[in-house]
Design a protein around this ligand. Sequence first.
Ligand SMILES: CC(C)(COP(=O)(O)OP(=O)(O)OC[C@H]1O[C@@H](n2cnc3c(N)ncnc32)[C@H](O)[C@@H]1OP(=O)(O)O)[C@@H](O)C(=O)NCCC(=O)NCCS
Length: 179
Amino acid sequence: METERLRLGRFTAEDVDLLVELDSDPEVMRFLTGQPTSRAEIEGVVLPEILAVYAEHPELGTFKAEDETGFVGWFGMQPTKDPATVDLGYRLKRTAWGNGYATEGTVALIEEAFTELGMEWVVADTMAVNHRSRAVMRRSGLRFARLYHEYFEDPLPGTEFGEVEYALDRQTWEAGRRA
Ligand SMILES: CC(C)(COP(=O)(O)OP(=O)(O)OC[C@H]1O[C@@H](n2cnc3c(N)ncnc32)[C@H](O)[C@@H]1OP(=O)(O)O)[C@@H](O)C(=O)NCCC(=O)NCCS
């Protein structure tokens, strides 16, 4: 898939280094695990799981994003318990922040979900304190749906403010396009 400035494609088994580089920035991981992901975990867990989703859901999964300089991060469109709902996510290298890339990729995936894939809902979740991520959701047309609390053994700073879910249904998306 292509947007104005990004090319979205699949990861392959050769892409360990790209994911290690992305997850090695503590600022990128701040609201996710709070620490870099080890190479062993990328090789043994993260990348195999990404490849497994492609095998099971050929139109979904984690998409490698590149601009004209190369790898900038990824966008996720994951299956949920409801076959008519997908869950969106994104993770960009810090050098790629501040360009509107996250919003551009998310807008494109929402369109794909409601047109090609025939979805009824797209949802996205983040920590309430992850304001950059919430701004991407808002700019992409998702609406705040709920605040909820989850129990974590080893909570990140800010967990006490909860998690937020944003959502968009097909009809609202279509109405927004006509407006
Ligand atoms: C969340 C994340 C993807 C947001 O990235 P981002 O670059 O801030 O988001 P956008 O792509 O929407 O870009 C918006 C910024 O680009 C600027 N911008 C520049 N050119 C632009 C353009 N052509 N179009 C739109 N925005 C543009 C906007 O003004 C805005 O700037 P600001 O941050 O100063 O307000 C990024 O912070 C990230 O990867 N974080 C780590 C992973 C993470 O937390 N993921 C979410 C977990 S659920």
